[in-house]
Design a protein around this ligand. Structure first.
Ligand SMILES: NC(=O)c1ccc[n+]([C@@H]2O[C@H](COP(=O)([O-])OP(=O)(O)OC[C@H]3O[C@@H](n4cnc5c(N)ncnc54)[C@H](OP(=O)(O)O)[C@@H]3O)[C@@H](O)[C@H]2O)c1
Length: 281
């Protein structure tokens, strides 16, 4: 069985690629810059881009299944991309978002829902991963932690259920390699709900340095966020925090454990796996 991985150099895709290879399954990665991909030699690399359907068609030829993540700001090409993949592959696991099931009308929700709907309209045997917030989002604090040990942000008391990228990959690989997951929409979280203040405390405990949260206004937090992500995404993220602080606190699900047979990794584990980025060592 050969799996085409789209986004193989990304946070989740890198783990999908490694975990498929660990199972002894053939992996083909669609990469935009093969010289900079940094993938293991056992991984076949095919040069291509989601915006170039001919390159996608060539990459998918002969692959049995596909891991697709959506790095684009628009869902406009989704129908063409899904149809191109459906020409040659049978099974597709999509890294979508919990936003797709939220019923909200913001930039993130609209794109993910539209991509899911485009995939649903094909004959592909699909599985959707619908994660809540990635633990990796807290890498946005790394520079402040390295510089002065103070994380400045808004909505410090808001809890979220941060998920390790390796757990999303484990669910993806299970759905790609095993039967019984077609048509599933997996609501994925980490194992605990922690406030931002507690997340910062956990980083400090794991790297062995005192680190504290300092509450700033939403406007000041937005100013920092838009240096890292598009403004529409920053606004959607801050709106999500505002909602979570009021009516909809984030709750952990048991889906990672149910699908993979292993408990989801804690946030402390995630920090330990990324400690160098917080310490600079
Ligand atoms: N952050 C969250 O809390 C959260 C929550 C739920 C869902 N999500 C969703 O998760 C996805 C992000 O996953 P991630 O963090 O694993 O991704 P990531 O680390 O941002 O990596 C993006 C990947 O996409 C590739 N890529 C970008 N443009 C491409 C193109 N035109 N054609 C082919 N490949 C392209 C990149 O390749 P290069 O190496 O060539 O750049 C890279 O491998 C997004 O759809 C996001 O909305 C995120």
């Amino acid at each position: 069985m050969t799996t085409l991985v789209i986004g193989a150099t990304g946070k989740v895709g890198r783990h999908v690629t490694a975990q498929l290879a660990e199972r002894g399954l053939a992996v083909r990665a669609l990469v935009r810059r093969p010289d900079q991909a940094g993938l293991p030699e056992s991984v076949e690399q095919v040069h291509g881009d989601l915006s170039d359907l001919d390159s996608l068609r060539a990459a998918a030829h002969g692959a049995d299944s596909v891991f697709l993540m959506w790095p684009l700001m628009s869902a406009d090409p989704a129908a063409r991309i899904a149809a191109t993949l459906a020409e040659s592959t049978r099974r597709l696991v999509l890294l979508s978002s919990a936003a797709a099931r939220s019923g909200r009308d913001d930039a993130i929700s609209r794109v993910h829902l539209a991509v899911e709907q485009a995939v649903e309209r094909t004959a592909l045997e699909w599985t959707f991963l619908q994660p809540h917030g990635f633990a990796a989002n807290t890498l946005g604090w790394a520079r402040q932690i390295r510089e002065d040990g103070v994380v400045r942000g808004a909505y410090g008391s808001v809890v979220s259920t941060l998920i390790h990228e390796a757990d999303m990959a484990a669910v993806a690989v299970t759905a790609l390699a095993e039967d019984g997951h077609v048509g599933a929409k997996y609501d994925l979280t980490g194992p605990q709900a922690l406030s931002h203040v507690d997340q910062v405390r956990v980083v400090g405990e794991v790297i062995g340095r005192p680190i504290r949260w300092e509450e700033v206004s939403r406007a000041a937090a937005r100013e920092q966020l838009v240096k890292q992500i598009p403004a529409a995404y920053a606004d959607a993220m801050l709106d999500a925090y505002a909602r979570l602080s009021e009516a909809e606190p984030d709750q952990p699900t048991a889906t990672v454990a149910q699908v993979t047979g292993r408990p989801a990794r804690s946030y402390a584990q995630w920090v330990a796996d990324h400690a160098a980025e917080f310490t600079g060592q």
